[in-house]
Design a binder for this molecule. Structure first.
Ligand code: C5P
Length: 305
């Protein structure tokens, strides 16, 4: 690569716990979530240009992604230019591996890697605190893609604190051909809560994380972690895509310790006891016609490569 191009990577994520509070006035929900970055990386190469452009390639179908000014990658690059006073542009190429609209923060990872890449390309040196501030203006999950590792997210999910998780966990991700829109899944949850307000206990205004989950992460105990996986969006995702229930059941009866819909779905994350079990489970899923891959977690956040 020439001196005028810079490459950065950023990880996709799963939410091992996602507690969702009520709808706020700004259209977001307060959440308490534990993010874990996984070893499925987006790769972003930025080249000097007078304009701002983005293109996508990679193992997944990116043909339907919009590449105009509304794309989060261009918004991220423009935000760095605006914050630093840089007057040029960038031609940005993304190798996409994280599923689109898959509940794994792929678009957020593209944005996070772009922040790091253009900041280095242009020599604007905004530094992590400023990039994190910009990340929060781009989307609720973008700060985590920058941060990586394992972290507690509160507020919209953008106020982060690191969580200790030293050992690697092994997951099998079952990717779905069709995506789910995050706002649609949150809306489905609100509808469901409104319809069943008598049966459902009052939604916690201040959602919180079970300390036993944090302990399982700290001690690297996959079996215990499996017991405390929780996703308040899962029922809504299953209502919109009932076949995800079969994938969860298939995984759990074929060797997974536990399974969960990742974020707003439809990716299903199956927790395995170790690397060998994950590999075996992925093979079994693929034999049954499912698109399954193995990943380990936690992975590092956005960085130059
Ligand atoms: O911030 P981001 O663009 O990723 O969020 C997409 C949409 O998901 C929001 O517009 C909102 O409808 C929903 N959302 C939410 N509460 C959150 C995060 C996202 O309602 N904490």
């Amino acid at each position: 690569m020439s001196a005028h191009s810079v490459t950065a990577t950023a990880p996709g994520k799963i939410n091992v716990c996602l507690c969702v509070g009520p709808l706020r006035d700004d259209g977001y929900h307060d959440v308490a979530t534990i993010y874990q970055a996984v070893s499925l990386l987006e790769e972003v190469t930025a080249m000097e240009s007078t304009d701002f452009t983005v293109s996508f390639s990679g193992p997944i179908d990116t043909s339907r992604l919009t590449v105009d000014e509304s794309n989060l990658v261009i918004r991220a690059a423009r935000a760095v230019a605006a914050a630093s006073g840089y007057t040029g542009g960038a031609d940005i190429q993304v190798v996409k591996r994280v599923p689109i609209a898959g509940g794994m923060g792929g678009g957020s990872a593209d944005a996070a890697a772009t922040l790091v890449a253009v900041d280095a390309l242009w020599g604007t040196n905004l530094g992590m605190p400023k990039l994190a501030e910009i990340a929060a203006t781009l989307g609720a999950d973008v700060p985590f893609a920058l941060h990586g590792g394992t972290a507690l997210g509160v507020g919209r999910g953008d106020v982060l604190s690191p969580v200790l998780a030293k050992s690697a966990f092994h997951w099998v991700l079952v990717l779905n051909e069709v995506g789910l829109s995050t706002p649609d899944v949150f809306r489905q949850l609100d509808r469901h809560r409104a319809e069943h307000s008598i049966e459902i206990e009052t939604v916690a205004v201040d959602p919180a994380i079970d300390s036993k989950l944090l302990q399982a992460l700290r001690t690297g105990d996959a079996m215990a972690l499996g017991e405390y996986l929780r996703n308040d969006l899962q029922a809504a995702a299953l209502q919109l895509m009932p076949h995800l229930g079969e994938t969860l059941e298939f995984g759990e009866t074929h060797g997974a310790l536990a399974g969960i819909v990742s974020g707003s779905g439809p990716t299903v994350a199956l927790l395995a006891a170790d690397e060998d079990s994950a590999s075996h489970l992925a093979t079994t899923l693929r034999s049954a016609g499912r698109n399954a891959i193995t990943v380990s977690a936690p992975a590092l956040g956005a960085r130059l490569s």
